[in-house]
Design a protein around this ligand. Structure first.
Ligand code: SF4
Length: 354
């Protein structure tokens, strides 16, 4: 079967510090994982959700994506596709090899003066995976087997999707926290920033939000704010957040890094204060949510449903224990009801269509 990555792409990715696993997966140690091992503190997900950065592996099961987001650090030579048109690697192979590659990338920290011995030892026991490195991880056709494998090894799962594959959101087994990107409050802005391959990108996005609303795991919306482009219409964002019935919302600054610097300007990167102001503007339309926290280095604010009572940290051992029951309940969800809701929408309400 065809490989998603040809030899030249694999070589380029390797030079950029990625470890290529099989034909479509990659692993790269996160800067925050390294920071923690240097005793410099963890990422914003430590502050918000209790993720231990030195025990976190960053990877993706698909380098290919269906969008060409302007703010992405990848360049446009990275593969893009609407379908899975390649061979499918075995999930256990991907996971085993990813863990090996992750540990290999970290082995240089062993014995370093600046790295506490205990922290390095703990890092060899991965407890979290962030499937958000690059591409669209949930497009990988055997993702559910992989989710089960992660959880059977007590590895929590955070996955970020661009919300262009609603059927993958519908069928994905419960994970620890599922994110959907929301890069605009209307079709025009979303198209301008995300540059989607799909013509019906807005309908796919809306269908994704409706499926998200029906899921029984923790869901989050991430808004990547690009100053001068999508920090508009807070009420529009609020309506979409309500439609997705998201548990949590992260409002995060675009970062002026990588290939995005060719497409955007430094001035497009909002400051912490601007992120906080925009977060509160959205919150004005969401009485059922409340502000939780902000992380300065990542320029990200978090708000959550009031039902959380400001306690957004995750009890990871409990999640692992509850997973079999959660999966059983998930299989009973009638996702068809929202498909029909779409078909029955009166024409005047179909503003989400392109
Ligand atoms: S959760 Fe994300 S930012 Fe934090 S250590 Fe893991 S990969 Fe890095």
């Amino acid at each position: 079967m065809k490989s998603q990555l040809d030899d030249k792409s694999k070589e380029t990715l390797t030079k950029q510090g990625y470890s290529v696993i099989g034909d479509h997966s990659v692993v790269k140690v996160c800067g925050w994982t390294k920071n923690t091992l240097k005793g410099k503190g963890g990422c914003y997900k430590l502050k918000f959700y209790g993720i231990k950065s030195h025990k976190c592996m960053q990877m993706s099961t698909s380098v290919s994506c269906a969008n060409r987001c302007s703010f992405c650090w990848r360049d446009y030579k990275s593969p893009v596709s609407k379908d899975w048109d390649w061979g499918v690697d075995d999930p256990t192979f991907i996971l085993d090899e990813s863990l090996k590659a992750h540990h290999k990338q970290l082995v240089g920290f062993k014995g370093r003066d600046a790295t506490p011995k205990k922290l390095y030892e703990q890092s060899t026991d991965v407890a979290h995976v962030a499937l958000s490195l690059t591409g669209e991880p949930i497009a990988y056709p055997r993702m559910n087997e992989m989710v089960e494998d992660f959880h059977s090894r007590n590895i929590s799962t955070f996955i970020v999707t661009n919300a262009q594959f609603p059927d993958c959101i519908r069928t994905l087994y419960p994970i620890t926290q599922l994110y959907a990107s929301m890069d605009g409050p209307n079709p025009k802005t979303l198209k301008e920033l995300d540059v989607p391959l799909f013509k019906n990108y807005w309908e796919r996005f809306i269908q994704s939000l409706d499926y998200l609303a029906m899921r029984n795991d923790r869901t989050a919306i991430r808004i990547t704010c690009v100053k001068g482009i999508n920090m508009i219409d807070p009420q529009g964002y609020a309506k979409l957040i309500q439609r997705a019935d998201a548990d949590l919302v992260e409002v995060k600054s675009y970062m002026f890094v990588g290939a995005s610097q060719d497409r955007l300007k430094f001035e497009n990167m909002p400051k912490c204060e601007e992120i906080k102001v925009f977060t509160h503007q959205i919150l004005e339309y969401l009485p059922e949510y409340e502000y939780i926290s902000h992380h300065d280095s990542s320029r990200v604010s978090l708000f959550a449903k009031k039902t959380f009572e400001k306690q957004t940290w995750i009890d990871y051992p409990k999640f692992m224990l509850d997973f079999p029951k959660q999966l059983e309940d998930f299989k009973k969800i009638d996702f068809k009801s929202v498909e029909f809701k779409h078909r029955d929408d009166p024409v005047e309400d179909r503003s989400y269509l392109v």
